[in-house]
Design a protein. Structure first.
Length: 319
């Protein structure tokens, strides 16, 4: 715990399972690489995180005791421990990325395997080093993510096709995700788990609805079939510059959307449910406020990611 190198290395590993990484990685993938791939990764990520958080609140194992553990991170300390959802996302995302991209993109299989192994190992080991999980938590999270991938990877194409093409898909998606958020939690004490799960479900619903609107309006973000398999060999300074510009402009729009929706939904929810909002932090911990605020806010972030920002890129000539 006194090594600066290990601390910063495993802090990076931890960030690969936090919101900052997601708000950079998924948009970059969708706007600059392959929207087809990005949508499927988000579908898998939503189910992995949702099932992981629900399992935590069913098993209710506490975090490792300190002492003897030295806790170098405390943000998620109020959540239960088993399984590690960081380990789950750190396993599911790189493996799903490999499974979905190999054959669609031109790269050596060994490169993909090494990247997935390093990514997974860094995230899993970081949770033990930071003092937030036991080895058993991490192993359980790793195996649980593999099980969920085995179930969902064969049907992810059908799920994405349903989101795009079925007439009533938005209504079903919104209703399902709302129901999952409302009926899944009976917490004995408040923790970050409920809010995190609501924002994951909201983001997933927003992305699915945005994808459906794109399909209905004929705004196709997927690479043209004749360009497959895709290659990174055509990377130029211009292409790289446009990619960074898209990411910068797009993430700013997403953050502004998040701030605006947060400021609008919290007072509205407090007013509807007659909850005092003098202490905003305390009000946000009430389920009547936390679930709609998180769901609506991140639903709009997901919708902006898939529809509003690509429309903006088209308007300003950055498509």
């Amino acid at each position: 715990t006194r090594s600066r190198f290990l601390y910063y290395l495993f802090s990076l590993g931890t960030e690969l399972g936090n919101e900052l990484f997601y708000i950079l990685f998924f948009p970059f993938c969708i706007w600059n690489l392959d929207a087809w791939l990005g949508r499927r990764l988000i579908i898998i990520w939503v189910w992995v995180m949702y099932l992981g958080q629900c399992t935590k609140d069913i098993i209710r194992w506490p975090r490792p005791a300190s002492p003897p553990v030295v806790k170098l991170e405390v943000f998620y300390n109020s959540e239960y421990s088993m399984p590690s959802t960081h380990a789950m996302s750190g396993t599911a995302i790189p493996l799903a990325l490999l499974l979905l991209s190999y054959g669609r993109w031109q790269y050596p299989l060994m490169f993909g395997l090494i990247l997935a192994l390093c990514w997974c190992s860094l995230v899993c080991c970081s949770r033990i080093y930071m003092g937030m999980h036991s080895i058993l938590d991490v192993i359980a999270g790793f195996l649980y993510a593999i099980l969920i991938l085995v179930v969902f990877h064969p049907v992810v194409d059908q799920i994405d096709n349903f989101n795009l093409t079925y007439k009533y898909a938005p209504l079903i998606i919104i209703s399902l995700h709302l129901a999952l958020g409302i009926f899944s939690f009976t917490l004995d004490t408040w923790s970050t788990s409920r809010g995190d799960t609501a924002q994951i479900l909201g983001c997933g619903a927003g992305v699915a609805c945005g994808s459906h609107v794109n399909y209905i309006m004929g705004l196709n973000l997927d690479p043209r079939p004749e360009t497959l398999p895709l290659s990174l060999s055509s990377l130029t300074v211009t292409v790289f510059g446009k990619a960074i510009l898209r990411l910068l402009i797009g993430v700013i729009v997403l953050l502004l959307t998040k701030v605006a929706m947060k400021k609008a939904t919290i007072p509205l929810a407090c007013k509807i449910f007659r909850i005092p909002h003098d202490d905003v932090r305390k009000a946000r911990q009430r389920m009547e406020v936390e679930l709609p605020y998180r769901y609506i806010t991140y639903g709009m972030v997901g919708f902006s990611l898939m529809f509003i920002v690509p429309c903006l890129f088209h308007f300003i000539g950055l498509s």
